[in-house]
Design a protein around this ligand. Structure first.
Ligand code: NDP
Length: 317
């Protein structure tokens, strides 16, 4: 019979690691499934994080995640580079299957985060890795002295554009409205960058190229006029969507696909299953808010496990 764990945490961003720190310190010996491709979560592809409290000079995203990991491992969290591929979450003992093995556990904390949102244009998938990218820190270097486009107007787009201006001859920011959604300080910095050209009220209508991306057809949303913008790279930064497809209907989701929790707790629609971080949050999506909900999920799991042991004591008597 395989061991029954107290808690398995799925996901290794700020929410997952914070849940691991708390459950490890509570003596619950958490297993943390960090994933294979996305280990560390969204901050692994971020450059400098300036708004995480405690780091007055800022800290690079991957370094911050390394610190989270060190802190959790110090208290006994057991991290595995495995992806949860199938979950059986109803019933008192839950099962999580990875490519390596099946974990049996009394409680589960889901902190699986989100994926990059796609534009949904023809050629977007075909040219991914051939000019189309979702991660400036991963791919920016390949576009040294090239014309680059960044799509979006939020903090991600602004951060990506600012970073890419180190490499590109010009960075064209294509935004569907006439003002940025990004925070003021970041927006002001971008607008003052003379390697950046803003294309307001503009959307990408077509992605053009033969073997690689060669140009974008832009449409002005006010005049309807179209124009061709020759670029070698297009970085799409239009937000995220929750990573919940693998749950295959096991839990209640909202219309946006986010896991529904019984707020202010992190309890999902199934007892013993808790969710935290960006997979429940369509609004704030900050490292610090994700970490906060990770702490809540750990405390909720601890309370749930206590209630199970009280029930079993009652049965023993
Ligand atoms: P946001 O949802 O904040 O912004 C998405 C942007 O993409 C918006 O400007 C939106 O336009 C645009 N957009 C959305 N869909 C489309 C589409 N189909 N076609 C064209 N444009 C589109 O996402 P972000 O990823 O930028 O940020 C997510 C969260 O993470 C935010 O809370 C942000 O503050 C945070 N973040 C913080 C960072 C930091 O502080 N260092 C860095 C990165 C992210 P519109 O404005 O018209 O809606």
């Amino acid at each position: 019979m395989t061991k029954i764990h107290d808690v398995v945490i799925v996901g290794s961003g700020p929410a997952g690691w914070t849940a691991a720190i708390y459950t490890a310190r509570a003596g619950l010996n958490p297993i943390l499934l960090a994933g294979t491709l996305n280990a560390g979560g969204a901050l692994m592809t971020t450059t400098e994080v300036e708004n995480f409290p405690g780091w007055p000079e800022g800290i690079m995203g991957p370094e911050l995640m390394q610190k989270f990991e060190e802190q959790a491992v110090r208290f006994g969290a057991d991290m595995r580079y495995e992806d949860a591929v199938e979950l059986t979450l109803d019933g008192e003992i839950k099962e999580i299957r990875t490519d390596e093995q099946t974990y049996r556990t009394k409680s589960v904390i889901l902190a699986v985060g989100s994926d990059y949102k796609k534009l949904g244009l023809e050629g977007e998938e075909l040219f991914t890795g051939k000019g189309v990218s979702y991660c400036a820190t991963c791919d920016g270097f390949f576009f040294k002295n090239r014309e680059i486009a960044v799509i979006g107007g939020g903090d991600s787009a602004v951060t990506e554009a600012q970073f890419l201006s180190r490499f590109g001859t010009t960075v064209h920011v294509i935004h569907r409205r006439d003002e940025l959604r990004a925070s003021q300080i970041m927006a002001d910095r971008l607008l003052a960058n003379d390697k950046v050209t803003m294309h307001w009220n503009s959307v990408v209508e077509k992605i053009n190229g033969t073997d690689r991306l060669e140009s974008l057809t832009l449409r002005n949303t006010e005049t309807g006029e179209t124009s061709d913008l020759p670029v070698s790279g297009m970085f799409v930064a239009i937000g995220h969507e929750p990573r919940t497809k693998f749950l295959q209907g096991a839990l209640k989701l909202d219309e946006g696909g986010y896991i529904v929790v019984d707020e202010p707790s992190t309890r999902t629609s199934l007892p013993g299953v808790f969710a935290c971080g960006d997979v429940v949050d369509s609004h704030y999506q900050q490292a610090i808010t994700a970490a906060g909900t990770g702490a809540k999920a750990a405390l909720d799991a601890e309370e749930y496990l206590d209630s199970l042991s009280i029930e079993s004591e009652d049965v023993d008597e």
